[in-house]
Design a binder for this molecule. Structure first.
Ligand SMILES: Cc1cc2nc3c(=O)[nH]c(=O)nc-3n(C[C@H](O)[C@H](O)[C@H](O)COP(=O)(O)OP(=O)(O)OC[C@H]3O[C@@H](n4cnc5c(N)ncnc54)[C@H](O)[C@@H]3O)c2cc1C
Length: 505
């Protein structure tokens, strides 16, 4: 590619590095605001972590599998004057997630209130009024989050909290842990453990994360859980089509090696094949600490950026397995989370002792239960996710060998719950270790979900979506604001676009 200029006609050109969901969302919002937008993606497909493996008639989503907050995606399409339904078909997943413990206890979430109340009352007799109180409380937090906090670019902590009344502030429960917040409503250890287990994806133990995050399971209960037809990648493809339809130029197979700058102003990009382009505005969708330590060519800034990266607390790594299985697998629903007996110990192992938890909490998804088109007739597509410490926390690990051991432990545990899965039935297998996640998508230290969401890494304390010291340098994605997860990075894309527009005026 030849060197291109930053201006196309009268429109300002923006170069986006990476076509993950955050990058695509930023591209769509910027294009809608009449910027000229080029997205450069290292891989052959867009989607980033939300990628796809197609083999032997099976289709596996590589990363995300739980889709909630569908309104966020609807709004993305509406912002571009289109309708989600014209691009993507969403299938409801009901009941949503089942939890299993080694003692045989099980618990299933549902967005059907009657079913949810009955299920909670089965584990905790008389729980119904407390379930309703929890839902009311979480609804208030949820509204506050989406009306006043997550959807605004606000850097000043004082102004950020100033958007809330003292009563609303008190409701946020930032000084209480997620687990004790859930304890205000539930006595059952199993209900608290199930609802608190979502904390793993935010990079903290429910005993340490702020109580505010009790809204996470609420989002799923209130707005349902969904699977796009064709899997999560069906949604990614719809978003890619939308971007191209409105004139975003997406270039795949274009690995950026350097974000060039001169005198603390962004100048453009340099690619692996030596090509260069000029651009006065660059948005990096590559994980923030990876961008800061590997892509930014900032004389005099390298040391502070490296220090900032090493100080960032990251979420855990993951081992992920993609199994194409001959025949149906009995006793499995779409989403199952296997929790250990020693719940707190498992989080301690993961977050503090830096080992794969002895009790092995893990998650299994069988999306072909909801969309049979994801596997050949009568067969099963299965995805297994096991959280692990970060690469730097297990420096001597042979991840391929570890994966084989973890696989046998997961199969043994599933068999204890009546899921008999002879390894001989696994006709197709792919495994991503934390090293693969790092190498394929640039995930810093192999962290699956990006920067953690502890108190000092949320809201105005989280890495900002622009670099104050470098003109024209912006970020979007899981490790910047507002945070991780598909809906959050899509919302983040809008905020980055708004930030660029605000700076342009
Ligand atoms: C295993 C797993 C399970 C998950 N489960 C869920 C879930 O159930 N629900 C949910 O909502 N979220 C889930 N998440 C989180 C969700 O996937 C992420 O928060 C979100 O997809 C991150 O998007 P992003 O915008 O940060 O981009 P990323 O996905 O990080 O994409 C960044 C892009 O940049 C590209 N890139 C990197 N380096 C370069 C370079 N040098 N040049 C050019 N391009 C480059 C990468 O190839 C990639 O395409 C999961 C994540 C993982 C890993």
């Amino acid at each position: 590619m030849n060197t291109t200029s930053t201006r196309a006609g009268s429109a300002t050109r923006v170069a986006i590095v990476g076509a993950g969901l955050g990058g695509l969302s930023a591209a769509i919002h910027l294009r809608t605001a009449e910027f000229e937008v080029d997205v450069f993606e290292a891989n052959d497909r867009v989607g980033g972590r939300a990628n796809v493996i197609e083999a032997d008639g099976f289709r596996f989503d590589t990363g995300p599998s739980l889709l909630n907050y569908p309104w966020v995606f609807r709004e993305l399409f509406e912002a571009a004057g289109r309708k989600l339904e014209d691009y993507v078909t969403l299938l409801p997943v009901e009941p949503s997630v089942s939890f299993q413990w080694p003692d045989g206890t099980h618990f299933t979430l549902s967005s059907n209130l009657e079913k949810l109340l009955a299920e909670c009352a089965r584990l905790e007799p008389g729980a119904s009024p407390r379930v309703l109180a929890y839902l009311r409380d979480a609804a208030a937090k949820y509204d506050m989050a989406f009306e006043s906090l997550v959807t605004r670019n606000e850097d000043s902590p004082l102004k950020w909290v100033g958007a809330l009344s003292p009563r609303q502030m008190a409701k946020l429960s930032v000084w209480r842990s997620l687990y004790s917040e859930l304890g205000r409503f539930f006595k059952s250890r199993h209900i608290k453990e199930a609802l608190g287990s979502y904390g793993m994806y935010l990079g903290g133990s429910p005993h340490e994360l702020p109580g505010f995050f009790s809204i996470l399971p609420y989002g799923e209960l209130a707005y349902g859980l969904w699977l796009p037809k064709g899997g999560i990648y069906g949604l990614v493809s719809g978003i890619e089509r939308l971007a191209r339809d409105i004139g975003v130029r997406i270039h795949t197979g274009r690995r950026v090696t350097k974000i060039r700058m001169e005198h603390l102003c962004v100048e453009g990009l340099e690619f692996a094949d030596g090509d260069r382009i000029d651009a006065s505005i660059v948005v990096s969708n590559v994980d923030v600490p990876t961008t800061d330590t590997q892509l930014l060519d900032a004389n005099g800034l390298s040391d502070p950026l490296r220090r900032k990266a090493t100080r960032t607390r990251m979420t855990c790594g993951v081992l992920t397995f993609y199994w194409g299985i001959r025949g149906k697998v009995e006793n499995m629903r779409h989403h199952t989370i296997y929790l250990p007996d020693d719940y707190r110990g498992a989080f301690d192992d993961l977050m503090h002792n830096h080992r794969i938890p002895r009790g092995l909490p893990f998650y299994v998804s069988v999306p072909s239960e909801t969309d049979p088109g994801l596997a050949p007739d009568g067969d099963t597509a299965m995805f297994v996710l096991v959280p692990t410490p970060l690469l730097s926390e297990m420096p001597d690990c042979d991840w391929r060998a570890e994966a084989q051991e973890v696989k046998m432990r997961a199969l043994t545990r599933m068999a204890q719950h009546g899921v008999s899965l002879d390894p001989g039935r696994i006709a197709f297998e792919a495994i991503y270790t934390p090293e693969d996640w790092r190498d394929r998508f640039g995930l810093y230290d192999g962290s699956a979900f990006g920067a953690a969401h502890n108190f000092f890494q949320v809201g105005p304390f989280r890495a900002k979506n622009y670099l104050e010291s470098v003109k024209g340098m912006y970020y979007v994605g899981a490790s910047t604001t507002p945070g991780t997860g598909m809906p959050m990075v899509v919302l983040g894309g809008r905020r980055t676009a708004e930030r660029i527009q605000a700076h342009a005026h």
